[in-house]
Design a protein around this ligand. Structure first.
Ligand code: SF4
Length: 331
């Protein structure tokens, strides 16, 4: 059965900030933003209202003109904004890139705010310090790695060490009574089933020119799946195999916090529902770091009441299907 859409992501301009594992080459462009046409935006707002679908507007570095602002205000929505607009929209989800780390100290703290930190591969060794500089100042911090497609075993080893360091810092803060979430360490503690990105299943993305995509990553690296047309509304083709039930590995896996990023899967394995080795390894490093942190927080509330996370004897769920990797042959 096809799941109904719960929300639509609207890229209000062509330089809309990238907020997870992809890049938007137009984000840093110096050219004037190309805004979504008012007529189209008005149509999307009406469509969302009539279909009871939530809307998230994704903005770039420039504050939208008043006419666009007025249209956005017509519907309850969330906004995702880059550092440049962080103070303009204090209620918006703020996206920070690890390259902007020097500016983090100047950011105003807000315990109600959700912040996304996109950590570049070359900055993984700074991951714990960057997270620690934001942790406790916001209600929730979501860490998203960039360049996962180029991750080598050495990058994974550094990421494992950084999460261990971060877990130890968090353990002290939690023991002292602080409460905030960091997706890669606390989500798995609270989940009892998969909670993935669900791009193309529960949400789709409309680009400024009205094309519809599985998610924003496919706008620059993929094909449209449909269009938003003022008269016909949102018309798109469902891509078979995107949902969890079609994932032969994911249905056996309990790294419940994993994004199951279908963009990376498609890019690295050419299948939407078959994750790459890097994605599985990263999700299991995070799962193990969450397990160890939860164990260390044994007597601290509310962690004391959370079911322990089982220790695994494998690092990649492919072993559940293929068995453990072969030992190298003796010389
Ligand atoms: S599939 Fe989801 S997690 Fe992956 S790039 Fe798209 S929005 Fe981000």
């Amino acid at each position: 059965m096809t799941e109904p859409l719960t929300h639509i992501l609207v890229l209000v301009e062509d330089g809309a900030v990238a907020f997870c594992h992809y890049e938007n080459p137009s984000f840093h462009a110096s050219a004037k933003p190309r805004w979504m046409a008012e007529k189209r935006l008005r149509g999307i707002v009406r469509h969302a209202e009539s279909q009871s679908v939530a809307v998230t507007f994704v903005l770039g570095n420039t504050k939208p003109p008043a006419r666009i602002e007025r249209l956005m205000q017509r519907v309850p929505h969330a906004k995702i904004v880059p550092l440049a607009l962080g103070d303009v929209y204090p209620d918006a989800i703020l996206v920070l890139d690890s390259e902007d780390g020097d500016a983090f100290a100047q950011l105003s703290p807000d315990s109600r705010r959700n912040v996304i930190l996109r950590l570049a591969r070359r900055d993984v060794a700074k991951g714990a310090d960057l997270c620690a500089s934001l942790a406790g100042r916001y209600g929730r911090l979501s860490l998203h790695l960039r360049g996962i497609e180029y991750f080598a075993p050495s990058d994974l080893a550094v990421y494992r060490e950084e999460l261990a360091r971060l877990g130890s810092m968090l353990g002290k803060l939690y023991s002292g009574g602080d409460r905030f979430e960091i997706n890669v360490l606390t989500d798995r503690m609270m989940l009892r089933e998969m909670r993935n990105c669900d791009a193309g299943v529960k949400h789709v993305t409309v680009s400024p020119n009205g094309e519809c995509y599985i998610c924003p990553a496919f706008v620059h690296d993929g094909e449209p799946i449909g269009r938003f047309d003022g008269a016909a509304g949102l018309a798109f083709k469902r891509i078979a195999g995107l949902d969890l039930s079609h994932g032969p590995l994911c249905t056996r896996c309990d790294a419940f916090h994993c994004k199951r990023c279908v963009y990376l899967s498609r890019k690295l394995t050419e299948e939407y529902n078959v994750p790459s080795e890097q994605q599985c390894a990263i999700a299991h490093i995070e799962r193990e770091a969450s397990r160890l942190l939860l164990k260390d927080l044994g007597k601290v509330e509310p962690f004391r009441r959370m079911p322990r996370i089982a220790e695994l004897n494998y690092q990649d769920p492919i072993e559940l299907i293929n068995g453990p990797p072969l030992e190298p042959a003796a010389p």
